[in-house]
Structures are given as structure tokens and as C-alpha cells.
Design a binder for this molecule. Sequence first.
Ligand code: ATP
Ligand code: AH0
Length: 382
Amino acid sequence: MLAIGLISGTSVDGIDAAFVEIDGDVNHPRVQLLAGETYPYPEELRERILEICAGKALSVEELADLDDAIALSFARAAMAIQQGQPRAEIIGSHGQTVFHRPPDGEKLGYSVQLGRGESIARITGIETVSNFRAADIAIGGHGAPLVPKIDAYLLSHPTKTRCVQNLGGIGNVAYLPPRQGEDWESRVFGWDTGPGNVLIDLAVQLLTDGERTFDRNGEWAATGTPCRELVDRWLEDPYFHLSPPKSTGRELFSPAYLERSREDARGYDLSAADWLATLTDLTAASIAHSYRTFLPRLPDEVLLCGGGARNDYLRQRLLSYLGKNVKILTTDEVGLNGDFKEAIAFAVLAYWRINGFSGNLPSVTGAPGPVLLGEIHAFPAV
Ligand SMILES: Nc1ncnc2c1ncn2[C@@H]1O[C@H](COP(=O)(O)OP(=O)(O)OP(=O)(O)O)[C@@H](O)[C@H]1O
Ligand SMILES: CC(=O)N[C@H]1[C@@H]2OC[C@@H](O2)[C@@H](O)[C@@H]1O[C@H](C)C(=O)O
């Protein structure tokens, strides 16, 4: 089956579109990436999204307009990636997360992804599956992270234990024990590890007055020295000590969070590069701390993906925290494109949805059981 997967992640840098061929059994999907492209948002739209992620209030009418503008951008991305390819049968669209609240005791979680699927289906004329997080949340799960199940089916190894570490805006991990035995799936774990690039990106923007949006290859941070005392202090944040299942977002790792970290840094008289190195070190330290605290054992291999996999300084810090016995690779090095893995995942989730195969992993999201993920929309094109 030919499918398109679409997502804009928490970095809000644009829509990742993957055009894929999926075949094989639902239990053993084989996926080939035929085309992958990132379509940046128009700058004005990106700014509106970032403002509401940071808590700006807006009227219901403004919300509707924003939802439609995002859906139009997603539909355009689908049509652009479709160019020159045979027609896709299905689109799996994650949309744009603008709010995520994990469940709290009896209170269900709430997660808002804009870019309504019905609109994408109507504009493209291609059956579209969207709103993937809602069903897991409705039965008590976090609705996130969802990609660890796809990681498990595409990247687990017969004898090695692997962690797939996404370094997007937010970081998340999938722990994959060797694929052996009937109960294998229930031994897969995953959670949001905390900040990926979000604090680094916000700091770079602040330091350069918006001229730069990220620390290319970690070059700036590499000229500084991380302040271990501060990292240890920041690691006291309750999120890092919460046992999985757990999920987070820009609501916690926000501009206000960065501002507090800047205040802390002033107390240590850090230079801009030292502060950036310290924020990068926090990402690495929080990941390693969560592996040591919550995993049954350290993995043999960590497979990095997401934009932060290109941050050499971050990778070097992670290596130093995990030690020489853990090999650090990228998912590309084992055959899966790490820039488009999330887009690929939503194509696979759509494929699973229409084939009646559950998309959530209860051991990751905390839901009480498996459930079909996503709503299906099909209309003739406009
Ligand atoms: N060459 C590079 N060097 C350092 N960092 C990079 C590089 N390229 C991309 N990045 C970082 O990766 C980020 C984008 O990563 P990605 O597209 O994986 O995030 P996302 O999918 O939006 O987030 P999430 O996975 O949390 O939803 C950029 O904001 C930037 O910080
Ligand atoms: C609510 C939401 O959009 N969460 C994102 C975010 O970005 C990374 C991490 O936090 C993960 O939980 C999730 O995305 C991926 C696609 C997931 O569900 O696996």
C-alpha cells in the first residue's frame, strides 16, 4: 500500500512528509521510504503556533482559523510529496500539537493537534486518518509517545537491546529488548525524556535576537563548559523523577522554564557559550539519568533520530554519561531515516488503523489496554 505520513513536531519547524510503501503482515510491516521532504510553515503561521503553544489566549473563531490554516498547509504538503508518485491510498496525519496535558489521577489527559483530518481529506481527496492520540487518552493513557510502537516493529533486534532516542523539540525514548518470546511487546517501554532541543533552540534565539534558531552541530555549545552543579540542580526537577508512563511538552519546557534557567546561570557567572553547554548537558544528563533510573538495564545500542542527532556536542555529552559499553549510532545507520521516522510512523499508524490493528502500546502510554488509534475521513476532493 502507498501511504503518506505527515507531522509537524514540537520544534514547529515545518511539516515532515513521508511518501512510503508499506507491505507485509501488520505484525511485520516492511516500509520503504520513497520520498521525504520538510515543508516549512509560512513564518507568520509558525509565529502564531508558537504563541499559542506558549499560552497566548485566542478566541474560538481564531482557533478555527488557525486549525484551517494548519490543515491547508498539511494538505499542500501531502499534494507536494505526492507529485511524481503513483497515487497514495491513505494519509496518516498527526497534525500540530499546540497543547498537551498528561492524565492526572482520575482526570483524563487532553492533547490538542490542529490541522483537522476532515479538511485534509476534503482538499486532497485522499482518505485521511487523524487525531491519533484521542482514543488512548479516552481510556486513561497519555496518548504519547506513540512512535515507540513503530520503533519496536521496525527497529528491534533479535539479540541486542536497543534504545531509540528521539531528539526533537522534546526527547523521547523507546526501549527495545531483543525481539524474542510471546510477551516481547509487553517488555517494550518508552516515555518522554524531557527537553530535546527546545531549551537549546530558545536560548540560541534569545542570544542572537532571533537571528539564529538552533545551535548548528552544537558548535556554539562546544566552545563553552557545562556547569555540573547547575545540571545537578536542574535534574532535581520533579519531571525527571516521575516514573513512566510519562509525557511532557512545551507547556513545561517553556520560555518561562528557560528564563528561570537563565536566572540560575547568572548566579554562576556563566558566559553565553557556558549556558548553552549547560543546557545541552541537561538534555544528555536527563536522558542518561532516566535510562539508569527506569530501565531494567542499559541498552547495548542507542539509536539517535530527530534533528538533535546532528548535534555533535550533545552526542558527545550523551556518550560520556552512558559510558563506553553503550554504542551510539543513528537510526539511519541501521536503515531507517531518522529525519522522517515520525512521518513514516504516522503512515504506519494509518495503515494499522484501516487494518484494524491497535496502534498504542499500553506499556508506554499507560492505557489499560490496546485500542485502535485515529479517526478515518474520506470525501471527494474539492
Ligand atoms: N545540524 C544540526 N545541529 C544541531 N541541531 C540540529 C541540527 N539540525 C536540526 N537540529 C535541531 O533539531 C530540531 C528539529 O528536530 P525535529 O525536526 O526532529 O523536531 P520535531 O520533530 O519538531 O520535534 P518532536 O520530535 O519533539 O516532535 C531543530 O529545532 C534543531 O534544534
Ligand atoms: C503530545 C505530543 O505531540 N508529543 C510529542 C512530543 O514530541 C516528542 C514527544 O513529545 C512525543 O511524546 C510526541 O511525539 C511523537 C511523535 C510520539 O508521539 O511518539
